[in-house]
Design a protein around this ligand. Structure first.
Ligand SMILES: [Mn+2]
Length: 342
């Protein structure tokens, strides 16, 4: 069940569905198999991912924007050989295609486990996505019975998602950020993520997915309770302290929409090098007309940003043609190689 060629077919149908009115989603049995295989793969990973080396594309919030996801994969290439992808969470809710976004990502993870990394966002909790769109999307598009079952299957994968990552032994990546409870990497390594179901279960996991960096006039402030009512704000001083303690250089995080798709939150006053960067990859999020962006960390440690707009990812006929090409070219290539491997 769910061999590589079947996984490719599922991803291919997701790509092709983008240009047709009738969107055919995988059947419940297939969704179930994808989720099962994804859990088998994800459970081998630690709560803190380490040893991510080489060139990494870092993707922020997607929120059901499958067009932006496919555009990013088209633009930067498939996650194979020396190219890795790190997704920072918030795959579901708010947008229109959370089902495809989640399934496409899980298919990638199953097929390229050492090149694709998916960490957890604050929307990857059943009690969040029951209210912010994903649950409703499942029922509306798959029907009451199959929709509820698909929702249950997909959300059962969430506790398996790791919580943060260290890239190139130097950069810390997380959905939200750090807090008064998060001082060393051991604080994250020690989280038993499988036992945490409810996002209100206060603690390190909650802070990782809910935190936001914030500038304070008083440099003595480290953290403050967040106005979100959950998680904490962490200051420039706290960020510097955390990085120094753990011998790291910068924090890459998502969780906040940015006009340009990314935001250099804290920058070193003398070197002008940013050491806390927000990246948000869903363009035109909730009709806010924002750009989406990804961070590209090269294997020499240099960093670039790539932006996209909703026009470039969903309205352009050229782009759709390119996406077809992406599907056909990559799947043919993979099928050929798989027949050799198998
Ligand atoms: Mn978020």
């Amino acid at each position: 069940m769910a061999t590589n060629s079947e996984l490719e077919k599922i991803r291919e149908s997701i790509v092709k569905s983008r240009s047709s009115v009738f969107v055919q989603l995988p059947k419940l049995d297939t969704i179930r198999t994808i989720c099962l295989r994804a859990k088998e793969t994800l459970k081998k990973e630690n709560s803190l991912l380490e040893n991510i080396e080489g060139k990494v594309i870092i993707v922020g919030d997607l929120h059901g924007n499958i067009d932006d996801l496919l555009h990013i994969v088209y633009q930067h290439g498939f996650p194979e050989r020396n190219l890795k992808y790190l997704f920072l969470g918030d795959y579901v809710d708010r947008g229109e295609n959370s089902i495809e976004t989640m399934l496409y990502l899980l298919c990638l993870k199953i097929q390229f486990p050492d090149n694709v990394y998916l960490i957890r966002g604050n929307h990857e909790f059943v009690d969040m996505c029951s209210y912010y769109g994903f649950s409703e999307e499942c029922v509306t598009r798959l029907g009451m019975l199959d929709g509820s079952l698909a929702f249950k299957e997909i959300t059962s994968v969430f506790p398996y998602l790791p919580l943060a990552a260290v890239i190139q032994n130097e950069y810390f990546a997380v959905h939200g950020g750090i807090s008064s409870r998060i001082n060393t990497l051991d604080d994250i390594r020690n989280v038993d993520r499988f036992s945490i179901i409810d996002y209100h279960q206060s603690g390190v996991l909650t802070d990782l997915v809910w935190g936001d960096p914030k500038k304070f006039r008083n440099e003595g402030i480290l953290t403050k309770p967040s106005e979100r009512g959950i998680g904490e704000y962490y200051s420039e001083t706290k960020t510097k302290l955390f990085l120094k303690t753990n011998k790291l250089t910068a924090i890459f995080r998502a969780h906040e929409v940015c006009d340009e798709g990314y935001n250099e939150v804290f920058t070193d006053s003398s070197s002008h090098i940013p050491f806390c960067i927000t990246v948000f990859s869903a363009s035109n999020y909730c009709n806010m007309n924002n750009k989406g962006a990804v961070l590209v960390l090269f294997d020499d440690g240099s960093l670039s940003t790539y932006q996209h707009t909703s026009e470039s990812t969903s309205d352009s006929e050229d782009e759709k043609e390119q996406l077809f090409y992406l599907g056909d070219a990559c799947f043919n290539d993979l099928a050929m190689r798989n027949s050799i491997i198998v």
